[in-house]
Write a protein that binds this ligand. Structure first.
Ligand code: ATP
Ligand code: MG
Length: 321
């Protein structure tokens, strides 16, 4: 990574009112950076705040506090007008490809929409749409079809084509493959890998399991109940995980590396993800952690950097169960 990162997120917080006078701490103090052309995987269980983080970073949601710096510019409270240029350079592929595509618009119109909104639709726009369809492995005939006339994998490709329309520098991918079956999943991941090589895009790649981001990501951030508990290179996270939560997530990933086979035991997390309204005191993972002590209830472990591999645990060196 050279120079200023494309994206710098500092202590970002997004709280929601729950409708009954309480506060949902969906994102509760998240920091990370993303370099040009870099792919960062963001992984954690359902409900841990991944989509909220994604939507806040791209400013579809107003941050509660913290800072978002994109290409050196603070966009935390950027106005609608100021966000126009942000929307060209940073785009998002939404988690649910069906809900995020207007059912009454044809694929070609959906892909062209960002160009029209930004006022860059010119004659020759149809050619750009054809080019984008081709980029994502569809063809020009698909332009006249409606979303319901596509398979889920194809719909995801349309979402990706739309996100690429304005030549972004950063693409946020919110669980782009979770709704797909295994073979289509591999196709979309290969497509995303190819785009990154060809166009030099940076990715914030969201997934709920560590298997999905293994191929595509240079670095991984593990999120648990609104906070990041461990970050590191792909090597760090898959070979030397130090946070018990990462170890638990990793234990459910099929082992393909012969060197690791037999060394890893399946860790079953007991109990549900605690509530984001009333999170446990101290370490938020302690209620499900086999290493937890009284210390973990009394004090919140900070994300401490150990040789470029930060982990928010008081006992990162102890062996897993
Ligand atoms: N608009 C909202 N109002 C109130 N609470 C919300 C809102 N959006 C999200 N939440 C809550 O914030 C928390 C995080 O939700 P979010 O959708 O970000 O999780 P996620 O990690 O993306 O989960 P999944 O993997 O299921 O997509 C959840 O407790 C959710 O109920
Ligand atoms: Mg989500």
């Amino acid at each position: 990574m050279t120079g200023e990162p494309v994206l710098r997120v500092e202590h970002l917080v997004k709280h929601f009112p729950d409708g009954h006078g309480a506060t949902v701490r969906a994102v509760d103090g998240v920091s990370f950076t993303l370099g040009a052309g870099e792919s960062l995987g963001l992984v954690g269980e359902s409900g841990c705040g991944k989509s909220t983080l994604a939507r806040t970073v791209i400013r579809l949601l107003e941050p509660t506090s913290g800072r978002i710096v994109f290409r050196g510019v603070d966009i935390t409270h950027a106005s609608k007008r100021e966000l126009r240029s942000v929307r060209r350079a940073m785009s998002i592929v939404f988690q649910d490809p069906y809900a995020s595509l207007n059912p009454r618009m044809r694929a070609g119109e959906i892909i062209a929409q960002p160009l029209r909104i930004q006022g860059v639709w010119r004659s020759g726009g149809e050619e750009r749409v054809a080019e984008l369809l081709h980029t994502v492995g569809l063809n020009q005939q698909h332009a006249s079809r409606f979303p319901h006339e596509f398979s889920t994998g194809q719909r995801q490709r349309i979402g990706i084509a739309r996100a690429l329309a304005l030549d972004p520098e950063l693409l946020i991918l919110d669980e782009p493959v979770s709704a797909l079956d295994v073979s289509i999943r591999a196709q979309i991941i290969n497509l995303l890998d190819r785009l990154r090589t060809d166009i030099g895009l940076a990715y914030l790649f969201i997934a709920h399991d560590l298997a999905a981001v293994r191929q595509t990501c240079d670095r991984v951030a593990v999120m648990h109940l609104g906070t990041i508990v461990e970050t590191g290179t792909r090597e760090d996270i898959y070979r030397r995980p130090t946070h018990p939560y990462t170890q638990a997530l990793l234990s459910s990933v099929p082992v393909t590396d012969p060197g690791l086979r037999g060394r890893r035991r399946r860790i079953r997390l007991t109990g549900e993800l605690p509530s984001a309204i009333d999170p446990p005191s101290g370490c938020r993972f302690r209620t499900r952690c086999w290493k937890a002590t009284a210390h973990c209830a009394n004090e919140t472990p900070a994300l401490i950097d150990r040789n470029g591999h930060p982990s928010a645990c008081f006992y990162p060196e102890l062996a897993s169960p």
